[in-house]
Write a protein that binds this ligand. Structure first.
Ligand SMILES: CC(C)(COP(=O)(O)OP(=O)(O)OC[C@H]1O[C@@H](n2cnc3c(N)ncnc32)[C@H](O)[C@@H]1OP(=O)(O)O)[C@@H](O)C(=O)NCCC(=O)NCCS
Length: 296
């Protein structure tokens, strides 16, 4: 296998590879190819750490790195790094190529002075390349309580002693903006996705929970999803909000929040910390505007 830097003429092939690798793995369909498509123009993108792996001229693997930040309790921000997406074409998975590509790119990153990396991923794979739980290094995840041991949040000092040298005894990881472009602009993502050959979305075991883009309900089972006009599953909305290609209630976002607040007791059964109805309404006012149905 040959590992080299990605070139502009590779972009479409690499995005297609990323789509093939991630399709239906973490959610029905995937968005990682769009993240990559947009990220190359992001100031945090590192072109010197944007690698493809080739088998006889065919691109079968890709990984990119990005600048990120660690936030200290005193408000100081320390430049740091992350990486991903990393993809190996489905035909080549579990043959050792992912680890080979990752180890080779980590070596190049170390040579460039990348001293510390945080990322979200499966420890079964990344531990083989030296990653461990970030919590063991007192690095916290931005959306989780500081005391939580977050099983998918991983880190590694590529240069031993880098954290100490930079005065980091404890910090919170701030992922760079740009990994959430598909959620932030679903219309642009859908227009981009439509430029690829159609692929069937499917719900399968092991995917991350999805949240209804109308009421925010967690959808963890295939029965939870709504239906399109042709009877196929709609992966954006739950069955209580959307059936046969139509919303079941015509309402405003505020009306939906009020409606959902009636179910606070049921929601509390699934929450780590129970909320009052008023607390739920306040929280919902923060996150409903980013749901696809209410986004302006
Ligand atoms: C994850 C990915 C990059 C790994 O590449 P790969 O070439 O398939 O993995 P490797 O063959 O190098 O795996 C090396 C070892 O890591 C572990 N490993 C790899 N993938 C794993 C997985 N999905 N679950 C658990 N362990 C895994 C195994 O121990 C494996 O050794 P084994 O096959 O002898 O058991 C690739 O499978 C992929 O593109 N997946 C879809 C996209 C994705 O999930 N990217 C990572 C997002 S965080």
């Amino acid at each position: 296998m040959n590992i080299r830097l990605e070139q502009p003429q590779d972009y479409r092939e690499v995005e297609n590879l990323t789509r093939e690798a991630f399709w239906n793995v973490y959610r029905p369909g995937c968005t990682e190819h769009y993240v990559l498509n947009q990220y190359r123009d992001n100031p945090n993108f590192i072109p010197e750490l944007d690698f493809v792996m080739e088998d006889d001229g065919r691109i079968i693997g890709h990984v990119m790195f990005s600048k990120a930040e660690l936030l200290l309790d005193n408000g100081t921000r320390i430049p740091s790094w992350t990486f991903g997406p990393i993809s190996i074409h489905p035909d080549y998975k579990r043959k050792g190529y992912g680890l080979e590509l990752l180890n080779c790119s980590l070596e190049k990153a170390r040579e460039m002075g990348v001293g510390f990396l945080c990322m979200e991923g499966n420890i079964d794979f990344y531990s083989k390349a030296g990653f461990g739980l970030a919590s063991k290094l007192c690095i916290h995840y931005h959306t989780e309580p500081k005391e939580a041991e977050v099983p998918y949040f991983l880190a590694q000092e590529l240069i031993p002693g880098w954290l100490k040298k930079h005065g980091v005894t404890e910090a919170t990881y701030c992922p760079p903006k740009g990994y959430f472009v598909a959620e932030e602009n679903p219309e642009a993502f859908e227009a981009y996705e439509a430029t690829f050959p159609k692929k069937e979305k499917a719900f399968q075991e092991g995917q991350l929970p999805q949240f209804c883009q109308s009421c925010g309900m967690k959808m963890a089972h295939i029965e939870d999803f709504g239906t399109n006009a042709d009877g196929s599953t709609n992966f954006d909305y739950c069955k209580y909000c959307y059936a046969d290609g139509k919303f079941l209630q015509e309402c405003t976002m505020e009306g939906m929040i009020e409606h959902c607040a009636h179910f606070i007791e049921e929601m509390n059964k699934l929450m780590p910390k129970p909320m009052t109805k008023d607390e739920y309404v306040e929280m919902a006012k923060g996150f409903f505007p980013i749901l696809k149905r209410w986004r302006k």
